[in-house]
Design a protein around this ligand. Structure first.
Ligand code: MLT
Length: 264
């Protein structure tokens, strides 16, 4: 499905009825990464996935967008669909977007799931790394980015044993225009630090992380769990950064348990 939100055509899916779940994807992927969650939850919840601007089926516009723009698009889509509040599930860059939602649209947030993400802003070294990667995307395109990112996104055991999954992730990256990749990198480099926000989060919070995540290691999730009041932390064995794809059963089980508790 498509809708024009904030002047940009965005691709999204909207399945099922019940509590609204909005899934926000990682860098440099698309809403397709959430297929295992859509399949598992569409019979019990209203499940929405969207392609952030510059990804998947959404239009690409050349500018230095911020994560606040991504968050405003998510809210614009909810307005379009007539939804007041939702549970927001963001993985990595999707998690950074969830922080922006908590900062600017707290009244729309029923609960949050922060998967394989971190609260800290980029260090100077991290920002320099983003600049280098943007240059590679510009010079060599998405395939060079896929080569760089796959070892960061997937656990070594996944890369060794699940070639189909590796290919699926590569294809998702190849479908992301270089302009979208560069815009993400600029947005992530410019994102504010969210550590002060953590103690102010009052909604129910689930934190999920792959045990072998090298991009946002378990310690980052522990840091968030220690500060967000009442947050639950679940680590997912035999998963790297893309824990929802690598171990969908464990990821979905943790999510379903959290959603069940929201109803009690
Ligand atoms: C992501 O998976 O969204 C990225 O690894 C996040 C980042 O580079 O900070």
């Amino acid at each position: 499905m498509k809708a024009v939100i904030n002047g940009i055509t965005l691709g999204y899916t909207d399945r099922g009825n019940g509590t609204t779940l909005v899934f926000i994807h990682a860098f440099p992927l698309s809403k397709s990464m959430w297929l295992p969650q859509v399949d598992a939850l569409k019979d019990s919840c209203r499940v929405i996935t969207l392609d952030l601007r510059g990804h998947g089926e959404s239009d690409t516009m050349l500018w230095n967008w911020t994560l606040d723009d991504y968050a405003a698009d998510v809210i614009g889509l909810l307005d379009h669909l007539g939804i007041a509040q939702a549970v927001f599930i963001g993985l990595s860059m999707g998690g950074y977007t969830v922080f922006s939602l908590c900062r600017h649209f707290a009244d729309r947030v029923h609960a949050i799931v922060l998967a394989d993400t971190r609260a800290q802003a980029d260090t100077e070294e991290g920002k320099a790394g983003r600049r280098g990667m943007a240059q590679i995307a510009f010079n060599e395109g998405a395939s060079a980015i896929a080569d760089l990112m796959i070892p960061k996104l997937l656990a070594p055991s996944t890369i060794q044993r699940q070639p189909d999954m590796v290919e699926q992730v590569r294809q998702m990256i190849l479908q992301t225009p270089s302009v979208g990749i560069v815009a993400d990198l600029m947005a992530m480099a410019a994102r504010p630090d969210s550590t002060d926000l953590l103690t102010l989060i009052t909604c129910p919070t689930l934190i999920l992380v792959g045990e072998q995540d090298v991009a946002t290691p378990v310690a980052e999730s522990r840091y968030m769990a220690d500060r967000i009041p009442g947050a639950t932390l679940v680590t997912i064995p035999e998963a790297g950064h893309l824990s929802n794809i690598e171990q969908p059963r464990a990821f979905n089980h943790a999510l379903e348990t959290f959603l069940q508790r929201l109803k009690e």
